[in-house]
Every structure is written in structure tokens, then in C-alpha cells.
Design a protein around this ligand. Structure first.
Ligand SMILES: Nc1nc2c(ncn2[C@@H]2O[C@H](COP(=O)(O)OP(=O)(O)OP(=O)(O)O)[C@@H](O)[C@H]2O)c(=O)[nH]1
Ligand SMILES: [Mg+2]
Length: 250
């Protein structure tokens, strides 16, 4: 169900993490193939990644949102809640900088940084490269923090098992209607920054109605990654899905 769209060029993409030195700039790969064969190759790679992770009982989640909705804050908080009982690692996507990867390392997490340069999304190739560097443990949880962007990331299958969309109450209730592709492709929406609701005229019920109009199967959990409200529901969702992944027969 995921992907099926032409991949963008990878000029300027850099990967750095446990097995990679700091980027010296522009170690990108370039593809000169036409977009249709490249798309098929990317979809096949994403499928292989998903299967290979599932065989090792690893659950992979693709976190998507607008810039600044709270992906990294949520990861820091999740590490605090679950890090003692679950092995968690992160593939961190950003156009530039190691800022988020540094935050997550401080939180005690194994993390590999992928810088996409001008690219506005991760793709299956980058995630495959990231996983080879990260070497996540069997039965672990791998988060993929995608580039902050509600458009392009929806179109690329990374080999994840579920997509989780973080929307924040500062973005307005109309986002499901304006960016339907990402809401349609998502299993779960986390409505973040609810601690700010008293200062805004954001209508939560209206947002949920819009999201369900676009995707009737969508589930919306409200939380504040900063304050911790709603964290129990999110961690419950993670435990349940991680448990399912861990108990799948080979
Ligand atoms: N009030 C409030 N602020 C939050 C919450 N979650 C995150 N923030 C703030 O929102 C800003 C962006 O948070 P990040 O976690 O860096 O967001 P992000 O989605 O990872 O951002 P990019 O990686 O740049 O796309 C920071 O100033 C956070 O402190 C929340 O629940 N409530
Ligand atoms: Mg971030």
C-alpha cells in the first residue's frame, strides 16, 4: 500500500552514524535511470526491508509531521518512558545538521543521522543504508524520523511497518483536508502540544472529524510530548504493536 512514486534525486545525501565518519560534504549517490524502473527498485527494496525486519521481530515506525510538530521531543520522551524495557534506535532524517541526532544520543539512544541536502523526504535506499549502519537488535523498536514536511514523505515507502503522523494544535484543524495523502497513508495520528490548547482556538473535535473524513480507519491520540499528557496511551500503542511484531511466527 505504501510508496509507488518516483524517487527524487539523491545528490547531496549524507549518512553518518555509528559506522560512518562525520560527513566531509557531498558523498551523495546519483541515479541517471528513468523514474519508472527506479520506482520499482525502491518499492522492492522497501518490501525486502519490511520482511527482513519482521523476520527479526523488529518493529519499524515512520514518524512524519510538519517541521517542528514535536517528533524529536516525542522520541526523547518515549526513550525516557520505554528505554529501560525496550531496545530502541533511531534513523534520524534532516536536510542539514546533527542537532536532533545529538539530542537523541544525549537521551541514551543509538542513532544514525541521514542528511538529505535539498531532499524533502527519506527514501528506501537511505533507510536501508541507515539500518546497515545501525544494526538494530532483534525484537527491538526502530523509529525513523522523517524530514519535517507533510507532502513528499507520504509518497515514499521506507520499509516501515506503520506510519505515525504527529500533528500539533498550533497547525490548525484544516491540515487533514489540505494534506490528505499523508493522513490517508497513516495508521495513527498523535495530536501534540495539547498543553497549548487554552491559548488557542483549535477545535480538537473538528480536527478529528476532518482526519476521519479523509481516513475512516485513522486513530487519533491526544498528547503533550513536553508535559507528558497522553503518554500512557502512546506507550500502550507501542507496546501492543511491538508485542505483535515480536510474536509473529517465522
Ligand atoms: N508546548 C509544547 N511544545 C512542544 C511540545 N512538543 C514539542 N514542543 C516544542 O516544539 C518545538 C519543536 O520540537 P521538535 O521536537 O524539535 O520538533 P520536530 O518535529 O522534531 O522538528 P523538526 O525535526 O525540525 O521537523 C520545540 O521548541 C519543542 O520544545 C509540546 O507537547 N508542547
Ligand atoms: Mg526533529
Amino acid at each position: 500500500m505504501r510508496g509507488g512514486y518516483a524517487a527524487a534525486g539523491r545528490a547531496g545525501v549524507r549518512v553518518s552514524g555509528p559506522d560512518f565518519p562525520e560527513p566531509s560534504g557531498g558523498a551523495g549517490q546519483s541515479c541517471s535511470d528513468g523514474s519508472v524502473p527506479r520506482q520499482r527498485i525502491a518499492d522492492a527494496l522497501a518490501e525486502r526491508t519490511r520482511d527482513s525486519l519482521a523476520r527479526r521481530r523488529i518493529l519499524a515506525l515512520n514518524l512524519m509531521s510538519s517541521p517542528g510538530s514535536g517528533k524529536t521531543t516525542l522520541l526523547e520522551r518515549t526513550l525516557r518512558e520505554l528505554g529501560a524495557t525496550m531496545s530502541i534506535s533511531v534513523i534520524e532524517g534532516d536536510q542539514e545538521t546533527h542537532l536532533d541526532a545529538d539530542r537523541l544520543r544525549i537521551a541514551g539512544c543509538r542513532v544514525v543521522q541521514i542528511n538529505t541536502g535539498a531532499g524533502g523526504h527519506l527514501d528506501a535506499d537511505m533507510v536501508d543504508e541507515g539500518l546497515r549502519s545501525l544494526q538494530p537488535a532483534g525484537r527491538s523498536l526502530v523509529f525513523i524520523e522523517n524530514i519535517g514536511n507533510l507532502a513528499a514523505p507520504a509518497l515514499f515507502d521506507l520499509g516501515e511497518h506503520h506510519r505515525v503522523l504527529i500533528a500539533s494544535v498550533t497547525e490548525g484543524e484544516d491540515k487533514p483536508l489540505k494534506y490528505p495523502h499523508v493522513f490517508r497513508s497513516t495508521d495513527l495520528v498523535l495530536l501534540n502540544k495539547t498543553d497549548l490548547l487554552p491559548h488557542l482556538d483549535f477545535d480538537v473535535e473538528r480536527f478529528i472529524a476532518h482526519a476521519q473524513r479523509i481516513n475512516p480507519r485513522i486513530r487519533v491520540l491526544q498528547l503533550s510530548a513536553k508535559r507528558g499528557d497522553g503518554l500512557a496511551d502512546w506507550c500502550g500503542w507501542l507496546r501492543a504493536h511491538h508485542g505483535d511484531a515480536a510474536s509473529v511466527s517465522a
